[in-house]
Design a protein around this ligand. Structure first.
Ligand SMILES: [Zn+2]
Length: 220
């Protein structure tokens, strides 16, 4: 019995093995087309889903995320007025202020989880997606694709926003706070990045890269 819900796989010659996350059965997965999914031949659990928009959907979402990330770092994040004194800061300024206050480890964690890891995740995901979408053999594309899943746990934009909200509540009675455009962009960045990560399907990208290698070797 065929394991797939897909009726006419376009590249019968390429197939990879995926272990079912429900019953551990090994399934052969031929290349999928947008809008199709692969199910386990034993328990029918969905193993792989290729969204209808294909790669265009994660590309559009990651481009939006890149724009929001640039906006959230380019403008003031928050301005604070306390006893006639006014302070304006951005995300980098926040981690720098932590460093200045003797909390070096925390400053590094904030910098990595709120700036560095999101920037690396978004740029490397776009690089891989565009390389596959435009059928280009870009350098280090396989290395980057394997790094992406390891980068994801380091992206903690929501934790940073939670900290900002706590500060809002605690300082609200003592100081006047103004929300900057960067904070709005940063809040928008959280659902957009989550949607982009959900639309990003590494198995499909490995499949596409494997197919291209297979075709090249076949042509050679
Ligand atoms: Zn199964």
């Amino acid at each position: 019995m065929a394991p797939m819900s897909q009726s006419h796989p376009p590249h019968e010659s390429y197939a990879e093995l995926i272990a079912c996350h429900e019953c551990d059965t090994l399934n052969q997965i031929p290349a999928l087309v947008p809008g199709r999914m692969a199910r386990c031949r034993c328990c029918s659990a969905v193993l792989l889903r290729y969204p209808k928009g294909g790669l265009d959907r994660p590309i559009a979402l990651y481009f939006t995320a890149l724009l929001l990330l640039l906006l959230s770092n380019a403008f003031p994040f928050l301005s604070l007025e306390i006893q006639g004194r006014s302070e304006v800061t951005n995300i980098f300024g926040a981690s720098w202020a932590l460093y200045g206050a003797g909390m070096g480890e925390l400053a590094v964690v904030v910098f990595i989880t709120s700036i560095l890891a999101p920037a690396l995740l978004i740029s490397s995901s776009l690089y891989v997606l565009l390389g596959v979408r435009l059928h280009r053999s870009l350098p280090a594309i396989r290395t980057l694709l394997s790094w992406i899943s390891q980068l994801e746990p380091w992206v903690m934009l929501d934790v940073f926003i939670l900290g900002v909200l706590v500060a809002f509540v605690k300082l609200g009675s003592m100081a006047t706070m103004h929300i900057g455009i960067s904070l709005v962009a940063f809040i928008g960045l959280i659902p957009v990045t989550a949607a982009a990560q959900a639309a990003f399907e590494p198995h499909l990208l490995w499949q596409q890269i494997g197919l291209r290698r297979g075709n090249k070797q076949h042509a050679g």
